[in-house]
Design a protein around this ligand. Structure first.
Ligand SMILES: [Zn+2]
Ligand SMILES: [Zn+2]
Length: 83
């Protein structure tokens, strides 16, 4: 298996190859991962539910779906949606 490409850390401007094994969120270091963990536990679970339940089928003109985090002004919690 090839070395995974470096990804932009969600916590800082560094790049790294660490990823959450469940939702694939990228981190540059264990320090960044652990400092994000409190809110990540919510996002991670949400991401998994989102992937399992709502992923659009890749048929029709739109074959590539990207997951985005959507900050609903009416809610304190970010949500995911497909774009
Ligand atoms: Zn970082
Ligand atoms: Zn995760």
């Amino acid at each position: 298996m090839a070395t995974p490409p470096a990804n932009h850390c969600v916590m800082c401007d560094n790049t790294g190859t660490l990823r959450c094994t469940r939702c694939q969120t990228a981190y540059c270091s264990l320090g960044c991962q652990s400092s994000d963990w409190d809110k990540h536990t919510y996002l991670c679970r949400e991401a998994q539910n989102f992937l399992d339940q709502n992923r659009p089928q890749p048929n029709g003109p739109n074959t590539i779906w990207r997951r985005s985090i959507w900050f609903d002004p009416a809610s304190t919690r970010p949500k995911f949606r497909w774009v």
